[in-house]
Design a protein around this ligand. Sequence first.
Ligand code: ADP
Length: 640
Amino acid sequence: MKEVKTPKKPLAIYYAIVLLVLMLLNFVLVPWMSERQVKEVDYGTFMSMTEDKDIGRVDVESNQIIFTDKDEKQIYKTGLMNDPDLTQRLYDAGAEFSSEIVEQASPLMSFLLSFVLPIVLFVWLGNFMNKKLMEKAGGANSMMFGGVGKSNAKVYVQSTHGIRFADVAGEDEAKENLQEIVDYLHDPKKYEEIGASMPKGILLVGPPGTGKTMLAKAVAGESNVPFFSISGSEFVEMFVGMGASKVRDLFKQAKEKAPCIVFIDEIDAIGQKRNSGQLGGNDEREQTLNQLLTEMDGFEGNSGVIILAATNRPDSLDPALTRPGRFDRRVPVELPDLKGREEILKVHAKKVALAPGIDFNTVARMASGASGAELANIVNEAALRAVRAGRKSVTEADLEESIEVVIAGYQKKNSILTDKEKCIVAYHEIGHALVAALQNHSAPVQKITIIPRTSGALGYTMQIEEGERVLMSREDMLSQLATLTGGRAAEEVVFGSITSGASNDIEKATQIARAMITRYGMSDQFGMVALETVNNPYLSSDSSLVCSPETSARVDAEVQSLIAAAHDKAVGILKRDRDVMDKLAAYLLEKETITGAEFMDILEKDDAEKQQYRARDGRRRGAVALPLPRFTPGRREENA
Ligand code: ADP
């Protein structure tokens, strides 16, 4: 679709040019032209020319005398002097002479001519041009001369390059839901005959960057109708009532252009619950919302105007807005699953030159939790990286590195870690990886690195899932807790001291342990009681406690004991396998980055050796799950 932008600048430029030309005429050209024709002389010359009878026509004006020579070839001028004999001398010289007849101009007339007429002319011309430009822009954008209070919705006229459903990867449920709207816009009669009316408003709800705007454009693209797009915040103006008049104008335009789609992005900017929490309320926002409610009631269900709106804070919307008859349908647009991520990566990868043999499934698994916008960004980062390296196409390594850039920032080239610190970081990361690998219910290790990143991470262990996981068991979560505490445990086991590097691990472990108790009912003490509510599932996982202070204190104690148990488990695993931990840490210290395969190789070799030894010894090793253990969801990044 092509966006029609209404030019605002030409008008200002037009005024500036007109003004400049007028000034040029007034101050430069007029004096210059008159300078060229009239020669200024002194009064003596005028007298001697009169004496010599070399004088033709003479005009005595109120402040000067204009005269010509005898042949009237040159015009002269001179100042006026008190010269009572002048008339006699001119008569004697035979000159043709006269004095000007001063006409007193009417003051009203001169006021009209010098002030009112130019202003009237300017205003008329400005309006005329405004009208012409509006006609060109489809009459949609009029925040120009005299257009205050009109909607500044962008109008996209349909062209063959419009976004289609095929461009929106994944999101099959949302597309299926919106397909009905497309069908209706193609053939409204089918619906009218049976007496069905389309929902007036459809609310697209989901986290940022999941393709809500894209879906709305795709509906317009598929149905081949005009698409009005405006953001909720554009309605809110400094002056009370302005937003309301913008809403009125938007709906007026939409009705004129029906069938069409109006898309209001970030509708929570105007649609927030009225008087929610603030004293006195917000008059402008409330009036705008009221106007929107009125307008939505004011048109028939089958008028051909479909309102789509997007928000990532559906819980904050005013109930009047979401009641049937207004935004009565809600279409969730969620973060993409593994298949969705793979498809989105492929859609965006079409725009860049790819090296052969890229496994998008692996890349999609690494990017667990990423939104469509983030995935688009990852592909672009990879392309930029390829250009930086002087290559002609994007490789899988580029894509993987750009995911790490998104997770942990760029590599710090000249970091100033001492050898001792590097050694601690290596043991810390191997601690995580080893605890993960030696437990059931852990995701396989994909990569371990001790190259510091700009986000502040001194190293990290990346685990990725084999497939998509929807449910997590208690055991999965306990394994995760042990893995998170593995870094700190390794420092204790090897160095006998602890560092600040585990802060990120501690934060995450606490979050998981708390959620297990307060939200997932996984604690024996509290059972299936909800002790916390999540405030906004789409924007952050902020939650607030809904229990008494006594219970809250008991929750804290239980969180502590869960993490302490996980930590003990990690210490136990690492003490038992201290020898292989030393081997792995030395290898990581040498290489700085190792893959999951290299890691597992060393681990398996060590295990095979031990098995042989045990077979000879007739002993058996404890619960070790090798080779690949099972998996827990989530991408992980660890501070060293
Ligand atoms: P939202 O409105 O949900 O915040 P947008 O629709 O503006 O997100 O998406 C931002 C960008 O992310 C799009 O321009 C597109 O490049 C990319 N994107 C998001 N979701 C998808 C998807 N499902 N398929 C392809 N690209 C997507």
